[in-house]
Design a protein around this ligand. Structure first.
Ligand SMILES: Nc1ncnc2c1ncn2[C@@H]1O[C@H](COP(=O)(O)OP(=O)(O)OP(=O)(O)O)[C@@H](O)[C@H]1O
Ligand SMILES: [Zn+2]
Length: 444
């Protein structure tokens, strides 16, 4: 009785007809609860949750809120898979981990805190990287799977494994101010591969680590993932299958778009599947499944500079331009003094870089606040043409973690080929800057 919650309402006749509870149990409960506050239908929903299981893959920004609500609702068995350890900069959005969890396994830290919320349910932490070798074994033990991960190979792996084991997959994602949610492989609905038969080119993929995310955005999506999983377990209609819910935090709007129907020719869930065993998903997607190692290596070592070397170069007042390719919001939050902001999306526009060049030629410093003596662009602001081009010809690009900056270097080179100057990026980005140069620099 301890785990009863007021919000679980299901049709008990339906549960009975689906064999989720047996007749005797139902009659006994009905008698017992005749005069109680709880309707038998509610209790039966609760029992059905108590006898069900959900696997949450990823105990990060999405997985933490999803797990909290599933544990609160009384789902009988919750599995948590994560290979990673809690870091201080996870705490603002991965709310199952607390300050004392830093350095602990995420799976164990999450499990420990969930037990405090509900001691009547079983929580199974799996401190492991889900891979083609272990996915079928682990997933096979649960009835619904939540994808709360942050990388493409795991997304395809989870999809294929769920299709092979006939498990519904509640898939969520969040980046910057946008979140998305859908349910794959539910009844006759489409799977992830029906939508995306092949992965996008590795250079077009941005994850939270590079792009940043506002903490509450994965919070919203994670809670909705728990909601969809609960609905599936209870067998209620209205599951978000064949539809994609898009949440835009910029104007706090939700919209849902219809997805393509299941593709009969899909290589995994189609009528004649050609993929019947799990494959090597890192090779398939050409990126690592572990985002700690998923640092892209697009540039030659000579095209990159360490943050400490760059700091020495600043100290020597060597003329150069520092371009920060994060979003304006992130740039506002924190930046290296004197940097110019040119967001990745503007960089892709042909005239983006040329506009930036104009700003340098006009002697505008990056933030408009840096005192002239401090500004790296001080030589540019003298207005002397030779110095301007000198500054312009030595360019450094920085982003949050050192992945986007590599894409940016390649892009800038394409546009400025004729100038022949040097364009390099700061290895490890602002996270490395905070770690190795300025311990007071905000990490987010
Ligand atoms: N194949 C996998 N097996 C197990 N856990 C995974 C797998 N792929 C991703 N994860 C986990 O999914 C979680 C995704 O959450 P999120 O992106 O919020 O966290 P993060 O990686 O700590 O964030 P950041 O990218 O800012 O460091 C991470 O904790 C990550 O370790
Ligand atoms: Zn499919």
């Amino acid at each position: 009785m301890k785990i009863l919650s007021k919000c679980t309402v299901v049709n008990c006749q339906m549960l009975k007809s689906q064999g989720l509870v047996d007749r005797l149990l139902y009659q006994k409960l009905e008698l017992k609860l005749n005069n109680s506050l709880f309707r038998p239908s509610r209790l039966l929903g609760q029992i059905s949750l108590k006898t069900s299981s959900v696997l949450i893959v990823g105990a990060g920004g999405l997985g933490c809120p999803a797990a909290l609500y599933l544990a609160g609702a009384g789902v009988g068995c919750i599995g948590l898979v994560d290979y990673d350890y809690v870091e201080l900069n996870n705490l603002h959005r991965q709310l199952l981990h607390v300050e004392t969890s830093v350095g602990q396994s995420k799976a164990y830290s999450a499990a420990q805190n969930l037990r405090r919320l509900n001691s009547a349910i079983k929580i199974i932490p799996h401190h492991i990287q889900l891979s083609s070798e272990n996915a079928l074994d682990i997933i096979g033990k649960y009835s619904v799977v939540i994808d709360a991960t942050d990388n493409l190979p795991t997304r395809y792996l989870l999809n294929d494994a769920c299709v092979m084991l006939s498990r519904p997959l509640v898939s969520g994602s969040a980046l910057q101010l946008e979140g998305q949610l859908t349910v794959y492989n539910y009844k006759k609905g489409p799977c992830y591969r029906c939508m995306f038969p092949t992965p996008p080119p590795p250079e077009s993929v941005t994850n939270c680590g590079d792009g940043g995310v506002l903490g509450a955005v994965p919070g919203v999506i994670g809670v909705l993932q728990a909601l969809e999983a609960t609905k599936i377990l209870l067998g209620v209609p209205g599951i978000l299958s064949g539809r994609l819910l898009v949440f835009d935090a910029a104007d706090s709007s939700f919209r849902s778009v219809y997805l393509r129907k299941r593709n009969e020719l899909c290589c995994v869930c189609g009528d004649q599947p050609t993929i019947t065993r799990l494959i090597d998903y890192e090779q398939f997607c050409r990126v690592k499944a572990n985002d700690k190692e998923a640092r892209v290596e697009l540039l030659h070592a000579t095209d990159r500079v360490s943050v400490t070397d760059y700091n020495m170069l600043r100290a020597s007042r060597s003329p150069h331009v520092l371009v920060d390719v994060r979003t304006p919001t992130e740039f506002e939050l924190c930046h290296i003094p004197g940097a110019l902001n040119l967001p990745m999306k503007d960089l892709k526009k042909q005239d983006g870089i040329l506009k930036l060049k104009k700003r340098v030629e006009q002697g505008q410093t990056g933030d408009g606040q840096t005192p002239p003596g401090e500004a790296l662009l001080v030589l540019a602001s003298t207005g002397m043409q030779t110095e301007v081009s000198l500054v312009w010809l030595s360019m450094f690009v920085v982003c949050r973690r050192g992945n986007d900056s590599q894409h940016a270097v390649l892009q800038i080179r394409k546009i400025l080929r004729s100038l022949g100057g040097s364009v390099r990026d700061l290895e490890g980005g602002l996270q490395a800057w905070a770690q190795n140069v300025d311990p007071n620099f905000p990490v987010y």
